[in-house]
Design a binder for this molecule. Structure first.
Ligand code: ACO
Length: 370
């Protein structure tokens, strides 16, 4: 038995949800470029969960179900109020989503209809939890979700208490579309492994949030912004990047396990970053990002991934840096739950083997002789 480090190239599941073939990403067979230009996030969530685009009536129903389920239990608001104000926002989300299961009477119902209802509840409530935490830690009261608002609109509204402008809503909506699913990425695999034991959907999503938190996965978008802030201005980019590369340190937001010729989502985020920079009159983050890309691609051949330009996009939307990865979760929860539903349809325990590298024929030594 020989291990493949990081399971690179291992095909560990069959899935009809999203594909990456020859560098092209599709959701249910539809190219991500088409979805980014034409679809709303709610249409994409419906597509991932149901395998087809919704009719107007189906979309309206989903939107009202999301809206009806956006409020969070009072016990969860209490939990957020007792969460340390300086808690890591992904640790908060992991804990709070796990706690949410305690207040869902259907948490352990395992039929498809109940799991579909829970997928909608998780989508709706994750958005509210992140916005509520952001306000509570600033000493403000959380804002109740706005009836009839989309996920993107509601998030921005609940974060600030003000009606967000159309451009901000559209930009966040597109970012959510781009992050919604991505084949067997680490967090989705974690979700599938968890529920393949026939554990519940909340456990699966809690595992996924834990996996997304790391800087090699979803945590990279926050790390990109930390890097941009550390660099400070475009004139410092060259020396900073050269030093990192000379020290063999990783540049966050670059490289990908699957894409070697570029992440198809990155160009959309780059365009948004440029447009929002112009609109807000602050091109500094975009200009720095472009310069970093030139250097890293030029010297290492590494291309930006989805996390690189999303950092400057969210900053232009005035979203605090440590909410970037929770926003990733607000989007990816549709993909996670679609994969969980798919796993349950044809389940088998996921239990691989390990290549043993420890001692052999070791003897037990009594404690007094050690
Ligand atoms: N900066 C500098 N060098 C890099 C980078 C980077 N961002 N990414 C890969 N490399 C180098 C590695 O040092 C390694 O070089 P070596 O062969 O000389 O040792 C080589 O490229 C291969 O890299 P691995 O880390 O082995 O590639 P792997 O497929 O295991 O990792 C990963 C992919 C985790 C995305 C990696 O590229 C990385 O760490 N990137 C930075 C973090 C990041 O942006 N993560 C977000 C990914 S997208 C997402 O999850 C949403």
């Amino acid at each position: 038995m020989t291990a493949t480090k990081g399971l690179e190239g291992i095909v560990a599941a069959q899935s009809s949800i999203s594909s990456i073939i020859d560098g092209v990403l599709t959701y249910r067979g539809i190219n991500i470029d088409e979805l980014a230009e034409n679809a709303t996030y709610e249409e994409v969530a419906y597509l991932l969960w149901n395998g087809k685009l919704p009719t107007q009536a189906e979309l309206d129903q989903l939107k009202s179900e999301l809206s009806d389920n956006a409020a969070i239990p009072a016990e969860i608001i209490d939990l957020l109020k007792r969460t340390p104000k300086d808690a890591n926002s992904m640790a908060m989300l992991r804990t709070t989503v796990s706690a949410l299961a305690l207040y869902d009477a259907e948490a352990n119902e395992m039929n498809r209809e109940a799991n579909y209802r829970k997928a909608i509840r998780l989508q709706a409530k994750l958005t509210t939890i992140v916005a509520a935490f952001a306000r509570i830690r600033e000493g403000k009261e959380p804002i109740a979700p706005k009836a009839g608002a989309t996920v993107a609109e509601n998030f921005l509204y609940m974060l600030t208490g003000e009606q967000p402008d159309k451009i901000a809503i559209e930009a966040l909506d597109k970012a959510l579309v781009l992050h919604a699913d991505h084949e067997l990425n680490a967090s989705t695999f974690a979700a599938r492994v968890t529920v393949a034991t026939l554990s519940d959907i909340y456990s699966g999503v809690t595992s996924a949030i834990g996996a997304l938190k790391g800087p090699l996965h979803g945590g990279a978008n926050e790390a990109v912004m930390a890097m941009l802030e550390e660099i400070g201005s475009a004139s410092n980019v060259e020396s900073y990047i050269n030093e990192k590369l000379n020290n063999k340190e990783k540049i966050m937001g670059f490289g990908h396990r699957v894409y070697k010729n570029g992440d198809p989502r990155a160009k959309h985020l780059q365009k948004m970053s440029e447009e929002l920079g112009k609109l807000t009159g602050n091109m500094e983050w975009y200009n720095m990002s472009i310069k970093i890309e030139e250097l890293v691609t030029g010297q290492k051949g590494l291309k930006p991934n989805v996390d690189f330009y999303s950092a400057s996009v969210y900053t232009a939307l005035q979203i605090p840096r440590d909410l970037f990865t929770p926003i990733f979760a607000i989007s990816r929860v549709s993909g996670w739950t679609a994969h969980i539903l798919e796993q349950f349809e044809d389940n088998r325990l996921i239990r691989p083997r390990a290549e043993y590298t420890g001692p052999v024929n070791a003897k037990f030594i009594p404690i007094n002789d050690r």
